[in-house]
Design a binder for this molecule. Sequence first.
Ligand SMILES: Cc1cc2nc3c(=O)[nH]c(=O)nc-3n(C[C@H](O)[C@H](O)[C@H](O)COP(=O)(O)OP(=O)(O)OC[C@H]3O[C@@H](n4cnc5c(N)ncnc54)[C@H](O)[C@@H]3O)c2cc1C
Length: 482
Amino acid sequence: MPKDFLKGVQDEYDVIVIGSGLAGMTSANILGRAGYSVLLLEQHYKLGGMATWFKRPGGHIFDVSLHGFPHGMIKSCRRYWSPEIAESIVPLKRIRFDNPMFSLTTTYNRDDFTRLLTDQFNVEPASVKSFFDAARGMNFYDDQAMTTGELFEKFFPGRHDVVRLLMEPIVYANGSTLEDPAITYGIVFSNFMSKGVYTFEGGTDRLIQMMEAELKSNHVDVRIKCDVEKVNLRQGRVASVTVNGRTIKTRAVVSNANLRATIFRLLGEAQLDPQFVDQAREVRLNNSSTQVYMALKPGETVEESTGDLLFSSTAADFRTDLLLSRDVTSRTYSFYYPRTRPEGRERTLLVSSTNAHYRDWSELSDDDYEASKQDLIETTLDAVEKYLPNIRERLAHVEASTPRTFRHYTQHVAGASFGTKFEGLAVSRGLPDQVKGMYHAGSVGIIMSGWLGAINYGVIVANDVDAMLMAAATSGKTSAPS
Ligand SMILES: Cc1cc2nc3c(=O)[nH]c(=O)nc-3n(C[C@H](O)[C@H](O)[C@H](O)COP(=O)(O)OP(=O)(O)OC[C@H]3O[C@@H](n4cnc5c(N)ncnc54)[C@H](O)[C@@H]3O)c2cc1C
């Protein structure tokens, strides 16, 4: 008999959360803590979504998306998770750039960038200050007509080297481009510039274990291997979900699945206003990425001055199309020194990441796919030689992931690493107006993606659900939290 992953599940919950990415888990935690009955359903055998890890023989643990996030994570985790989680968030001190235009190491905050821009790039201090003030002053309700490219042209006309310094990490961090609205760049860049780049000490495995314990202490019913097929409606409002052959009733659904999958697969367009469906169809997906995971042999160490994050490129120019090209010229290396997991075995690991198009991988035959993966590994090892000589002899393990890997494990349409482009936010926020009780929380656009963006979006949506359930309780249609 196959295992019943829904064994003992209730017939009905106040809220069902579909997907255990950081946004889904955060919504579930807040609503559970508020006293609602919450069921969290995850299709994979592990919680975390993109915030995940995998183990290989020899004590090697690879983090998939733990490269860096802004200081704001500390506050969000303290408030919406636990002080213990917040206390494990530590700074990354050495962010390196190496490309044909410049090579430098920075702490990646406003003071250090001001120093670099004025001393090394010879930009007028007044222009640097005005740029930082303008970026920090941007808010969500600002005019969205100006693009990031235009913002740079306004403050640093003709300075491609400055644009590269300011833009390269953000493109890597969330797939944004020079053509995206400037506010999306300004908010994310300023978040990082306030205090630099941070990471979670102990690794993603420790974080997700702590989050799972917290969810359970807040009485969230957490189920893995539960692939939700459908959200069912009655008279235009959410009534239940169909999962693993069962129907479970609920008053509200928070979908953490990809926005497009939520609308076109879980709900179905027949349930929605045609204009809204058209708007949803126009939402562009964000790009995906490839990664090469490298574990050094036990005893092999790397000098920490090599950097925590290294943005390397061999391209003479800085262009969005080059950053996404299958002919890779840009790689972001994350170095995981033994201090990443102080409790674990002494291991040094390196992950090379490059943004990528799904279409460059999705249409390959199985043989071509394997050959392309091998080529990715070999060309990456060639590139790593510059920073870690004799890398091939020093390796205990190497493997690659591609946009197909992300698609497979998370069901993200086209393996999108950061959900959708900016216009997805309006569609995500518009969902409850279409179907009462139906919400989406997950990577949409640039502000609401990445670890911090996803957590913060989970908070916003949990508050919306709470307000709706409270209002319904006062009008006598449903029960308030117990
Ligand atoms: C390679 C890579 C590197 C990254 N690096 C960074 C970084 O350095 N810093 C940073 O801040 N961010 C980084 N990110 C982005 C960050 O990891 C994501 O933005 C964030 O984790 C996404 O969270 P989410 O809540 O949107 O959900 P996701 O992580 O996308 O999770 C969605 C969940 O829903 C589940 N699901 C989908 N459909 C169903 C269904 N029908 N039924 C049940 N479950 C379902 C999926 O299995 C998944 O667990 C990176 C991402 C990638 C891919």
